[in-house]
Design a protein around this ligand. Structure first.
Ligand code: HEC
Length: 131
């Protein structure tokens, strides 16, 4: 009987450390998938681009990823002006078309013509060019 006790204790500590490593493993996995947000300085944004980023974070970020190609409710806007055409609608990727989408919306996307000032839309476009 007395001889068995250490074995049981050992088993418990083994299963405890197993649990701990599973928890640590899961935590580090979560840390890997969550990308760290870069500061405006790290991105090298000008004051106008920073102003546009504030607009983006407030009105666009919940539906569009800026720095990952992952889709949210809407398509990713990463590299939006790097291609000639917008990926989903196939419209030309230029300031005019994108400003129209922002102001008037498209299908499930609401329009922001009544919410944003002309200056905010301009700042936003300048920021979108950095993506
Ligand atoms: C409620 C979610 C939502 C918000 C907020 C939102 N969008 Fe959208 N956006 C969408 C959806 C959904 C689409 C796809 C529309 C379609 O089916 O054509 C879209 C499409 C777009 C497109 C066209 C993409 C393409 O490939 O044709 C652009 C550009 C765009 N959004 C920019 C913005 C910007 C800039 C903002 C912030 C002012 C914004 N969106 C806010 C949901 C959203």
């Amino acid at each position: 009987m007395i001889l068995h006790q250490p074995r049981i204790k050992n088993l418990r500590s083994v299963s405890l450390s197993l649990c701990a490593s599973v928890v640590i493993g899961l935590l580090s996995l979560a840390a890997c998938t969550a990308e760290r947000r870069k500061s405006d300085a790290e991105l090298g944004l000008t004051p106008q681009q920073s102003a546009g980023r504030i607009v983006y974070d407030a009105y666009c970020d919940r539906c569009h990823e800026p720095y990952s190609s992952r889709g949210k409710q809407g398509p990713s806007l990463k590299g939006i002006f790097k291609r000639s055409f917008l990926p989903l609608s196939g419209l030309p990727a230029n300031d005019e078309r994108v400003a129209e989408i922002v102001k008037f919306g498209r299908s499930k996307m609401p329009g922001y013509g009544q919410t944003l000032t002309q200056q905010q839309v301009e700042d936003l476009l300048v920021y979108l060019h950095t993506l």
